[in-house]
Design a protein around this ligand. Structure first.
Ligand SMILES: Nc1ncnc2c1ncn2[C@@H]1O[C@H](COP(=O)(O)OP(=O)(O)OP(=O)(O)O)[C@@H](O)[C@H]1O
Ligand SMILES: [Mg+2]
Length: 134
């Protein structure tokens, strides 16, 4: 593993019991800041790969390593929702960390989400660090 990679996978295989091989001898490496897409037909193993990368599945052969100090965020394909909350409540729970981080981070989050509010309505806000309310 080269030191500059933020995540590496070396000869990784995943078999769903009893004998369904989903990932077979996979070797991958990601540079920090790279934007990577995973393409594959339904059932190819994309979510399986991402769950392993997120540390949610540790049942595999081979190696998967996140660089020291790096962290992984994952939005599940079928997220578990809090049924006691409505859609807005669940969304607010999902963005709570970004909201708590302050206005600049919040504006960045809205830019990344492209939700069309706040930053687009006030194009200078993210540069000025201005308040952008949800
Ligand atoms: N817990 C499990 N037990 C057994 N087989 C599983 C399990 N989870 C996934 N599989 C099988 O592993 C294969 C890969 O599933 P995965 O969900 O990773 O595919 P995917 O590429 O994300 O598919 P999609 O495009 O539908 O999201 C599929 O054939 C699926 O049926
Ligand atoms: Mg999937």
């Amino acid at each position: 593993m080269a030191a500059q990679h933020v995540f590496t996978m070396y000869r990784l295989s995943k078999v769903h019991p009893p004998d369904k091989t989903v990932l077979d001898n996979l070797t991958l490496a990601f540079y920090p800041g790279a934007k990577i897409g995973v393409l594959g037909y339904n059932g190819a193993g994309k979510s399986t790969l991402l769950r392993i990368m997120a540390g949610q599945d540790e049942e595999y052969r081979g190696e998967a390593a996140l660089a020291p100090g790096a962290s992984v965020g994952m939005l599940a394909q079928e997220p578990r929702l809090d049924e006691s909350k409505d859609v807005r409540g669940n969304v607010l729970e999902g963005v709570a960390e970004t909201q708590a981080a302050g206005p600049v981070q919040r504006a960045r989050g809205q830019l990344l989400r492209g939700d069309g509010r706040g930053v687009r309505g006030d194009p200078g806000a993210h540069r000025r660090g201005g308040r952008v309310e949800p």
